[in-house]
Design a protein around this ligand. Structure first.
Ligand code: CA
Length: 494
């Protein structure tokens, strides 16, 4: 008896440990992070849009938590995506502005990423959609294996647009290879210099289905001129009006092939509503706001398909779904699709000042919806300050995984606010950027300091002035100076 007691106790311990681990596994949700492109704070019905209809996104808001003070950490694509992936401000690393379509990999190999942390925790990880963080250690040859890329940063599966729709190459890359490439018709990609005498938007404007500004008037693919030059790869070229269908199909397929018992992480980055906005014909004219509104409808359809896939898979209750955007909205004249005069009927950023590419709120305050049935309260709003940059430690905390030493240095674990815990607080401060390393803006409490290129700064109190209409720097020089010191101290950290 004396000997069997410890044995029983040991067995008991093992049993309890197994139960605890099983419980923990059951608590580890699937995570789907949907990072849409250029969708403004005012572009969804649940954020006040009344011209476009977004029933599926409104459903997410109804069934989850709607953030009113969530931010992309930059007001353009590449630095925002860098910060989301790494939990590190992009302006700390040179060369992280909007990347060319043949840029090399911007995130150094070995950097802990949101994907690698989840992968190490046993998650099946995948990325579908726009990448725009560079590929390869030297200028990539799109006819060969293209790496390092997403798979070397923690994604088990990858199906990407290398850069964006308005830049070459206009092909999808699955894992390390261009999809559908005929080796007899190799791809040549070049930036800055034409490839041979290939037609461009400037030399052959009659071939364009939508007009473009000079910057976007280089290689013509599917009647749309782009930034950059490209020849070959004809069989692999995407059709702009089918991009949403293709990416949605891939995202849905990734969800559909997951096995019960193993959690998954999907980083889904739709191309919508980035330029060129070329909606599938079934969405054209549906919004009354031109093709810009129509691609919002297309994006909403995409979200409906993803939510449907989650339901079909029977994993809705154990899946955290987040929808957000990589920067604020804009009404641009880069392309003219013939409906541009209607675009402004849908104000991209509601009543916020500014647009994509700038440091006013319209540049970086974005829609952010989070749903996890039974874990996140439904139909509530949160005014906590959070950023995409915070997702790495936040997801790690939710699944009980440690952040590797030195990882995500600029991120804050905001799991408590994401889960809607009462009394939970968001960040106290957040640094914001446009495409460059300077000037920057600092949000601290309700105050916001915006550095100007000429060395001066503007100061706003968002609590009383959410539209950033009254610059308080002249009347509150002490506060402006203190925030400048705080921002420069942040910048000085390595
Ligand atoms: Ca963007």
């Amino acid at each position: 008896m004396k000997k069997s007691l410890p044995k029983q106790a040991l067995l008991h311990c093992i049993l309890m440990l197994a139960l605890a681990l099983a419980a923990r596994a059951a608590d580890r949700p699937n995570i789907i992070f949907i990072l849409s492109d250029d969708v403004g704070y005012g572009d969804l019905g649940c954020y006040g849009a009344n011209q476009v209809k977004t029933p599926h996104l409104d459903r997410l808001a109804r069934e989850g938590l709607q953030f009113t003070d969530a931010h992309a950490t930059a007001s353009v694509c590449t630095p925002t995506r860098f910060a989301f992936m790494t939990g590190r401000y992009a302006w700390r690393q040179k060369g992280t502005g909007i990347a060319a379509g043949n840029a090399t990999a911007l995130i150094p190999s070995g950097t802990p990423t949101v994907a690698s942390v989840l992968q190490q925790a046993g998650y099946q990880t995948g990325v579908v959609g726009k990448w725009h963080l560079g590929l390869g250690t030297t200028t990539p040859d799109f006819n060969q294996e293209i790496k390092p890329g997403p798979r070397e940063l923690g994604f088990g599966y990858s199906f990407i647009i290398p850069a964006t729709g308005d830049r070459v190459p206009c092909v999808f890359v699955e894992n390390h290879r261009v999809v559908g490439l005929d080796p007899a018709d190799p791809i040549t990609v070049r930036y800055g210099q034409p490839v041979g005498n290939e037609p461009t938007g400037l030399t052959h404007p009659e071939r364009l289905i939508i007009k473009a500004d000079r910057n976007h008037s280089q290689a013509i693919v599917n009647g749309v001129s782009r930034i950059g030059y490209m020849t070959g790869g004809t069989a692999a070229l995407w059709k702009d009006e089918d991009i949403a269908d293709t990416l949605t199909r891939q995202a849905v397929a990734f969800i559909g092939k997951q096995k019960p018992g193993t959690p998954f992480f999907l980083y889904f980055a739709p191309h919508d509503i980035h330029e060129p906005m070329v909606p599938h014909p079934r969405f054209r004219g549906t919004s009354g706001c031109g093709w810009r509104g129509d691609v919002i409808h297309q994006l909403d359809w995409t979200i409906g398909e993803v939510l449907g896939a989650i339901d079909r898979q029977g994993v809705a209750k154990n899946t955290l779904v987040i929808f957000t955007s990589d920067n604020g909205g804009a009404i641009k004249n880069t392309y003219d699709d013939g409906t541009n005069h209607l675009h402004a009927l849908q104000p991209p950023n509601g009543t916020l000042r500014g647009f994509k590419g700038g440091l006013y709120e319209g540049g970086h305050r974005v829609p952010f919806l989070a749903r996890w049935p039974g874990k996140i309260p439904a139909g509530r709003k949160s005014d906590a300050l959070i950023g995409h940059i915070d997702m790495l430690p936040t997801f790690a905390a939710i699944i009980g995984q440690k952040v590797p030493a030195g990882g995500a240095p600029d991120a804050v674990n905001v799991a408590a606010v994401l889960l809607g815990a009462s009394g939970a607080k968001g960040r106290e401060a957040l640094v914001l950027q446009n495409n460059n390393q300077a000037p920057l803006a600092l949000r601290a409490g309700s105050w916001k300091l915006i550095q100007k290129p000429n060395g001066t700064a503007e100061l706003y109190d968002l609590a009383t002035d959410p539209k950033e209409e009254k610059d308080l720097a002249p009347s509150e020089p002490g506060r402006a100076q203190a925030l400048t010191v705080q921002l420069e101290a942040e910048r000085a950290k390595s």
